[in-house]
Design a protein around this ligand. Structure first.
Ligand code: SAH
Length: 302
């Protein structure tokens, strides 16, 4: 495939209404929304929005001193925020899932454009944003109205009014009305209480994914998955270690976030556990050699 990438494109010019990052010489970041004739004031001075609107990312803007006789000129770099920048800077009700885990969820839960996703609880909407960015159609259940409104506002700030996003204020432990869901994403304390509802709501082959802060909750979720209709359960955590790279000093950074949460995924495969248990029972009485049984089992693994 040969797709030309335009070198210059006026649509890339920064527009009024956009959110941008201003980054100072010490890499401090300020997230602002541009408005015609708007002003933003920092310790470095006053930035006129009109000097940014119409420019390209990567431009630098002067922070004007309040006292114009002071001649020091400070400049700030202008960049559009990434999704990670926005998630880390956006107003929060509940604790958000961090970008390192969101990236892993995109692959582990196999989020794809057009996927019908149920998410509970929605919290501040960080996971919603990642799923929407991947092209999913997201319905959220959130028990707290204030958090639901916070998530809706955060999503609106990012995608405008057009996002495929609905949030209902309700308790997911009491049931799921949707049918034909491709994915269910859970970030709440007792995800095992959702599994019976998810059985009817998820399509066969659909994926359920739970994010949990502690391993005893994770173990409880895993045993509930083992009770049937869910297969290929996997649990993992993401350890992200950044490195300090400066001249000859090349080493891991001294500090890292030691723990955020455990991720568990499984696929809905109705009836397979029952069929396998029945087959195992039949096998116990069967006469063919155990080597053959092991070989068959191995083949079905790979
Ligand atoms: N994943 C979110 C954060 C979720 S925090 C993000 O990335 O921003 C957990 C949320 O689950 C909280 O907002 C809490 O109110 C909600 N919650 C807890 N129990 C719930 C339930 N039974 N049904 C729906 N939401 C629930």
């Amino acid at each position: 495939m040969n797709v030309a990438i335009p070198e210059e494109d006026d649509a890339r010019n920064i527009q009024a209404g956009e959110r941008i990052l201003l980054i100072d010489s010490k890499d401090r970041r300020y997230l602002i929304t541009l408005a015609a004739s708007g002003m933003f004031s920092t310790h470095a001075g006053i930035v006129h929005h009109d000097e940014i609107i119409g420019q390209l990312e990567g431009c630098e803007v002067v922070a004007h001193q309040r006292d114009e006789s002071r001649k020091s000129t400070r400049v700030l770099l202008v960049l559009r925020p990434t999704l990670s920048d926005l998630i880390l800077k956006m107003p929060r009700g509940a604790q958000v899932i961090y970008p390192k885990d969101l990236g892993a969820i995109l692959m582990a839960a196999d989020l794809f454009p057009g996927a019908k996703v149920l998410e509970a609880g929605v919290g501040s909407g960080a996971l919603s944003m990642a799923a929407l960015r991947a092209g999913c159609i997201v319905r959220g259940y959130e028990i707290r109205e204030d958090f639901a409104n916070r998530a809706l506002a955060n999503v609106r700030d990012l995608f405008g009014e057009g996002a495929s996003y609905v949030v209902e204020v309700r308790d997911v432990y009491e049931g799921i009305d949707e049918r034909g869901l491709d994915r269910i994403l859970l970030d709440l304390p007792e995800p095992w209480r959702v599994l019976d509802h998810a059985r009817n709501a998820l399509v066969p082959g659909g994926i359920i994914c739970a994010y949990l802060p502690s391993i005893n909750q994770t173990a409880e979720f895993r045993s509930a998955l083992d009770r049937g209709d869910y297969e290929f359960a996997e649990t993992f955590e993401i350890l992200r270690r950044t490195w300090h790279i400066e001249g000859r000093s090349v080493r891991p950074d001294h500090r890292m976030v030691a723990h955020t949460g455990f991720l568990t995924t499984a696929r809905r495969v109705p009836g397979r556990t029952r069929r396998r248990r029945a087959a195992d029972t039949a096998l116990e009485g069967a006469s063919f050699s155990s080597d053959e049984a092991v070989a068959n089992a191995f083949e079905s693994e790979i």
